[in-house]
Design a protein around this ligand. Structure first.
Ligand SMILES: *[C@@H]1O[C@H](CO)[C@@H](O)[C@H](O)[C@H]1NC(C)=O
Ligand SMILES: *[C@@H]1O[C@H](CO)[C@@H](O)[C@H](O)[C@H]1NC(C)=O
Length: 373
């Protein structure tokens, strides 16, 4: 038997009181050690990239120059519903797929529109108020651009900047950070088999109120109003609050489940109009966002990172089609409610300088310390 190979190998000298291993056994053992070493390295790599654990750790907040680090550290994560069809969308794509109209008539002689110069439209229709970004393709033919972008496994809407993060520093350590979520389409609720309140363009938001960099309270926008909670109350992943975006309507709730909501001025039996939220896919809006600071005194936006387009924030018109007239074959009316309503105004119109965490809209501001639908 020739054991010289063994003594030169990785396995060390053979103890004198043992029979030397047969050569094939030694080779087998060497291969075994190599495989185990490779597996250990692979395991460490996978774990480092978060690919091994079933419950992924919350995505790490990143740093953006000009934006307070806590605004990103505590940025909300959004669960999209399992049956969602209309995903977060690229804000610029809304401009590319529409043309501005007033009274269903296209505004002519305009420069090519981008998010940088969108506010040129404020020169039309009473400071932009009557301007509607109108779909180039008939909405009833289900144009693909309305579908938005499904977030990837890290929660990012790849190739789509789908959020705007706006910081309003009130001074004395009080800072409100608005996380504005953009969807190309809002599918309305179905009431008695009627789909009502569809519209092109959908801006929703959370707002977190910080004192000295510590989150105090958080607002969840829902239809005409919303709900406020203390930061301590809401569900979190790590330190990041969690929002549940309702299927189709994208109203933001603090918990999963079924949520009754009423259309203002219409008294329907409870449970007739419902939003649904669930843990479908997670969206991390802060990964694909524009960043702004807002100055209340001048009601103006500044690009916080130097590259976020401010024209989009200054545009005072609507981000979708004007409500189709009654005589339009696409339109349907049901007990005074319409299948299609007008697109919404942008972030500037979300009361960016608030006294409390809720919008100053005359509705009592209740900051909840327990979770409920
Ligand atoms: C839209 O058209 C109606 C009817 O012609 C007119 O009364 C109204 O002033 C127009 N609105 C705007 C903003 O031009
Ligand atoms: C902004 O809000 C603060 C309250 O936080 C208020 O004191 C201030 O007057 C407001 N500024 C404007 C321009 O409304």
């Amino acid at each position: 038997m020739d054991d010289s190979l063994l003594e030169k190998g990785d396995l060390g000298p053979v103890p004198p009181d043992q029979e030397p291993l047969p050569r094939w056994r030694a080779a087998e053992r060497a291969i075994y050690y190599q495989i185990m070493t490779c597996l250990a390295v692979l395991f460490l790599i996978l774990q480092y990239h978060g690919l091994l654990t079933c419950a992924r750790p919350p995505p790490r907040a990143r740093q953006v120059a000009g934006v307070p680090s806590y605004a990103l550290e505590y940025a909300p994560l959004v669960w999209l519903d399992v049956q969602e069809q209309y995903f977060p969308s690229d804000i610029a794509a809304q401009v590319e797929n529409t043309h501005p109209g007033i009274n269903y008539t296209t505004i002519g002689d305009l420069p090519s529109l981008t998010l940088d110069n969108l506010d040129v439209l404020n020169s039309y229709g009473d400071d932009g108020k009557y301007v509607y970004l109108t779909s180039n393709i008939d909405v009833t033919t289900a144009p693909k651009w309305l579908d938005g972008v499904v977030p990837d496994s890290s929660g990012k809407t790849n190739g789509a900047t789908s959020a705007a993060i706006i910081v309003n520093d009130h001074g004395a350590g009080l800072v409100d950070v608005f996380y504005m979520y953009f969807y190309a389409y809002n599918l309305g609720n179905t009431v008695l088999f009627q789909e009502l309140g569809d519209h092109i363009g959908d801006w929703e938001h959370n707002m977190i109120r910080f004192q000295d960099g510590a989150p105090q309270e958080i607002w969840y926008s829902q239809h005409g109003n919303g709900e406020a909670f203390t930061y301590a109350t809401v569900e979190k992943q790590g330190v990041r609050p969690v929002a549940y975006s309702a299927r189709g309507s994208h109203a933001n709730y603090a918990i999963a489940g079924t949520h009754d909501h009423t259309i203002p001025d219409l008294n329907l039996p409870a449970g007739l109009i419902q939003d649904y939220t669930s843990q479908g896919m997670i969206w991390d809006p802060a990964q694909s966002a524009y960043f702004y600071s807002y100055d209340a005194a001048s009601a103006s936006f500044t690009s916080a990172d130097g590259i976020s387009p401010t024209g989009a924030m200054r545009f005072r018109g609507q981000w979708g089609d004007e409500q189709y007239p009654d005589k339009d074959p696409r339109q349907k009316k049901f007990f005074g409610f319409y299948k299609f309503v007008s697109g919404p105004t942008g972030p500037w119109d979300k009361q960016l300088n608030r006294t409390k965490v809720c919008p100053d809209n005359g509705i009592l501001c209740i900051v909840r310390d327990s979770l409920s639908p």
